[in-house]
Design a protein around this ligand. Structure first.
Ligand code: NAP
Ligand code: GLV
Ligand code: GLV
Length: 324
């Protein structure tokens, strides 16, 4: 008898086809995510589960699925999954690292440039029919990227790819990470500093750490107060790494200049979020890895992880290898 798999959303065909060919598969066929109850109902008796970062996979899911052997996440971040509980239950958890690094660094760079040069505001200005004078000596003045100081929080895969882009812009690069990264220090002119020094000295701060209990609200009121008045915060990691109320106040009161955000405390962002009333942010709806090519590769990688685990092999990208 074929093993059973539930896929919580239609992922690109490259991986989905392999899954449906090999397993007795149910694919959630709505754009609206399944509720916890709907995940449990559909995944009942399943050996494998394919999840998105927006699926909350906690005790109320894991404890209700006695046959489950693998949770294959279609993303690199897996803060939505209770990994300690999965490990206790001997369920493998897999993710899709590496293949989305450059695509996410590109989006980070796009937000960094858009925030520095007020691109979203400039676009709105013209569409709002406000462009009445040909050229304004002081129209929409931004801040320079070339030659500025960039602070990278989390020098992992994406942080390093952002650093490489920054070196092409002749930026001074500071970074803060739990551990020093000697390979990037040998490759580029980057300096490891403590978080407070980074916040005080950077013109642009960009976040590339995973969300966990140590990084939750890492950037809050006190941290914004250390930042330069004209500085820019870019966040393509996870919304909850930043205290969003403190961010709003910092932007409103001018503790920092602007922000470029791909991730939010609550996703989708509430239609009433006060952030949406600020002119000095540029925002995107969690599309860091969203290129056609990268999503296809992520789908294939996710399928390979799932298949390996259900065949009893070590998945290429396992988060908790101790279960096998
Ligand atoms: P990664 O290679 O694991 O890099 C994370 C870095 O953060 C590592 O250098 C790690 O260093 C550091 N770190 C972890 N905990 C820390 C802490 N408490 N304090 C300081 N540094 C800490 O991960 P990645 O592939 O670059 O991805 C990073 C994150 O980006 C993901 O977890 C995900 O949340 C997010 N992401 C978002 C999108 C999007 O669509 N917007 C796309 C992809 C990824 P050490 O552990 O060595 O100390
Ligand atoms: C996207 O946010 C990811 O973690 O892959
Ligand atoms: C601007 O277009 C310039 O020529 O300086």
């Amino acid at each position: 008898m074929k093993q059973r798999v539930f896929v919580t959303r239609k992922i690109p065909d490259e991986g989905l086809r392999r899954i449906t060919e090999k397993f007795d598969t149910t694919v959630w066929d709505s754009e609206e995510p399944p509720s916890i109850q709907e995940i449990v109902q559909n995944a009942e008796d399943c050996d494998g589960l394919v999840t998105l970062l927006s699926d909350p996979i906690g005790p109320d899911v894991i404890n209700k699925l006695p046959k489950l052997r693998v949770i294959a996440q279609y993303a690199v971040g897996y803060d939505n999954i209770d990994v300690p509980l999965a490990t206790k239950r001997k369920i493998a958890v897999t993710n899709t690292p590496g293949v989305l690094t450059e695509t996410t660094a590109d989006l980070t760079w796009a937000l960094l440039m858009a925030a520095s040069r007020r691109i979203a505001e400039a676009d709105r200005y013209i569409r709002d029919k406000k462009w009445d004078v040909a050229w304004g000596p002081e129209l929409l003045l931004g801040t320079d990227i070339f030659g500025a100081t960039l602070g990278i929080v989390g020098m992992g895969r994406i942080g390093q790819s952002v650093a490489r882009r920054a070196s092409g812009f002749n930026m001074k690069i500071l970074y803060y990470s739990r551990t020093r990264n000697e390979s990037i220090e040998n490759e580029l002119d980057v300096k490891h500093v403590d978080l407070h020094t980074l916040l005080r000295e950077s013109d642009i701060v960009t976040l590339h750490i995973p969300l966990n209990s140590e990084t939750h609200h890492l950037i809050s009121k006190a941290e914004f107060e250390l930042m330069k008045e004209d500085s820019i915060l870019v966040n393509t990691s996870r919304g909850k790494v930043v205290d969003e109320r403190a961010l709003y106040n910092a932007l409103k009161e001018g503790h920092i200049g602007s922000a470029g955000l791909d991730v939010f405390q609550e996703e989708p962002i509430s239609k009433d979020s006060p952030l949406l009333d600020l002119h000095n942010i540029v925002i995107s709806p969690h599309i860091g890895s969203a290129s056609k090519n990268t999503r296809a590769i992520m789908s294939r990688m996710c399928a390979e992880n799932l298949i390996a685990a259900l065949d009893g092999n070590m998945p290429p990208n396992i988060v908790n290898p101790e279960v096998l």
